[in-house]
Design a binder for this molecule. Structure first.
Ligand code: DAK
Length: 260
């Protein structure tokens, strides 16, 4: 399917979704958000794709934020519509049943940082720059940055970043846990694909249930989260993958997972 603002390619078990507005540093306007959602629907239907890499086109930016030009003249009702659309797309990404790795090169600001935080895993390069500059524009992060940032890096660091609108480099982002890994620019896609293929080689239902257990469990108290984990653990025993994984271990051979 052809879209104007995103590209979708396939490399074996990996789907590569690229935000493609390099002239605007991949800023997110309404059409781009809608196309990300449509592309996720396509990926969801494609059983060959097991893991997704989300990246930005060009060599300057992952995503430089929500589109300020498009937002500047919004009426309050239009702004609400834009906010709801963004929130829906970011939640869809966070809850997406296939794991999503953000491959981040360059500016990752505002809505761009919030987009990256909705992914499961973030890989950056030394050129990546992170920040929530919304207070410079007289607004607060609106795509759940006030919620996801403290969950990733802690309340104190999130407050410092959001109140002061200071940008941080990849090394600092790694130090505070905002990114999982920093690799050289030339290796970014290779490393992202390596990680994606490693995940794709595992029991896919187990990976999906683990994602659910982590995401949903983090929003519950520990006792409830552990019951939820036990339920999902039990569910694994309804899959062929559980039987195959354990049989392969006992037979001392690699498991052949089928996604069933
Ligand atoms: N929106 C639209 N266009 C953008 C953009 C953005 N966020 N960022 C860059 N561009 C455009 C520039 O306007 C320029 O376009 P032309 O002038 O060439 O037409 C082109 O990309 C190249 O940018 P620069 O010429 O500025 O490039 P530099 O290398 O000099 O500077 C920069 C790069 C990233 C430092 C600079 O472009 C910059 O500061 N950009 C804005 C970064 C920013 O403030 N991002 C946060 C945006 S606010 C909410 C929901 C969401 C949000 C808020 C509320 N609710 C639901 C309540 C989210 C808000 C944001 O994300």
């Amino acid at each position: 399917m052809a879209w104007n603002n995103v590209l979708l390619e396939k490399d074996g078990a990996v789907g590569i979704l690229t935000v493609n507005r390099p002239k605007a540093l991949n800023a997110l306007n309404g059409d781009t958000l809608t196309e990300i959602a449509l592309a996720l629907d396509e990926i969801d239907k494609d059983d060959e794709i097991k893991v997704v890499i989300l990246t930005g086109s060009g060599d300057k930016a992952f995503v430089a934020g929500a589109d300020i030009v498009a937002m500047q003249t919004l009426s309050p009702m239009e702004a609400k519509g834009f906010a709801l659309l963004g929130q829906q797309v970011f939640s869809k990404l966070e809850k997406f049943r296939k794991p999503v790795i953000a491959a981040i090169n360059g500016f990752t600001l505002g809505g761009g940082c919030e987009l990256a935080m909705s992914c499961d895993i973030r890989i950056a390069t030394p050129k990546s720059l992170f920040g929530q500059p919304e207070v410079n524009l007289g607004v607060i992060p609106g795509f759940a940055g006030t919620q996801r940032l403290p969950r990733l890096v802690g309340k104190g660091r999130a407050k410092e970043l959001i109140y002061s609108a200071v940008n941080i480099n990849a090394e600092e982002a790694y130090r505070i846990g905002l990114v999982n890994k920093v690799v050289e620019e030339a290796q970014l896609m290779e490393e992202a694909k390596k990680m994606a293929n490693k995940i794709a080689s595992k029991g896919q239902i187990a990976v999906r249930l683990a994602k659910e257990a982590i995401n949903e469990g983090m929003e519950m108290d520990l006792d409830k989260a552990m019951i939820h984990e036990a339920d999902l653990f039990g569910l694994c025993f309804s899959t062929e993958e559980q039987r195959e994984g354990m049989t392969a271990f006992i037979e001392k051979r690699p498991a052949k997972f089928t996604g069933k």
